[in-house]
Design a protein around this ligand. Sequence first.
Ligand SMILES: C[S@@+](CC[C@H](N)C(=O)[O-])C[C@H]1O[C@@H](n2cnc3c(N)ncnc32)[C@H](O)[C@@H]1O
Length: 311
Amino acid sequence: MRKKYLFGGPQVKETIVPSMPYMGTKRKLVNKILNAIYRKIGDFNTLYDLFGGGAAMSVAALNAGHKVHYNEKNPAIAELFNYIKMGGELPNHWVPREEFHQKKGGDTWFAGILQTCWSFCNNQKDYMYGSQLEPIKKLIHLIIVNKDESALEELSNILGVQLSMPVDRLDFKPQLRKLPPHIPYKNLAHIQHLERMDSLIRLQKVENIQTITVSNLDYREVEIDAEDSIIYCDPPYINTEKYHISDFNHVAFWDWCRTVKRPVFFSEYTAPDDFEIVATFNHESPIGSASEHIRKHKQTIENVYWNGKCM
Ligand SMILES: C[S@@+](CC[C@H](N)C(=O)[O-])C[C@H]1O[C@@H](n2cnc3c(N)ncnc32)[C@H](O)[C@@H]1O
């Protein structure tokens, strides 16, 4: 919840928030962005998160005590967020490559699970594991989730070490870290799809998450109905990895920001000069598509721009 200071305006702690696993997630920045917004225009009631993605800003605003509207054009992602906020049961079966490719393009919450938790580098289109690693990760999944004794025996034989049945994922990590050096599989202790599913479980536990309004529209179609509302936009960046929904027109977006009567804040690397920069973040972003734990990173400078409209 935001603290309100008599002269300094509202302020939140700059913590990382729970969110859906998402390419370009702002989970580390959203509270800092909220503070930059407070510094510029003071307090407000409703926040519209029009390019919601993994919902990081929606969660930050909810935690700060705001009314929140989450919008996302990708139907599978919007459905998944809706499913999570309604407390839907999360599936925990192993998803083979064929099932991923058959179902990832659907409009269902399960397609959202595939895009967020089972895609390589969260790119929403490629299967998480290479074909060599897939059977090993499957055995690990069957051991952790299903407590499958025959999978434990099979994995012990493949790795040449006697493994014992773990209580859970964290309990299995030390055993997978201590593998002999000749084992060709690196970082087996890093079981990405289960880590990502855990993020969804954490998100489901966010207090009052069920109060967030969810829509699946183009950003221009969302009706902004509250007088004391503000809009936050995190559109696909210029010249970066494409999402499932792509071909974003930045010029049309800037024009729209100029015509909207409410305060609009948006994250971008660059924007025309008539938008004021209200915050700048220097952070690391991944280069290319090597697997998540060995990827190189580059320093990027990202700004939050404002359309100049006040409360
Ligand atoms: C950079 S991501 C947002 C990430 C999000 N802020 C987070 O922290 O996870 C951009 C999102 O905008 C969505 N999108 C693309 N075009 C859109 C449009 N015209 N209207 C609404 N959402 C759109 C994409 O599907 C993608 O999920």
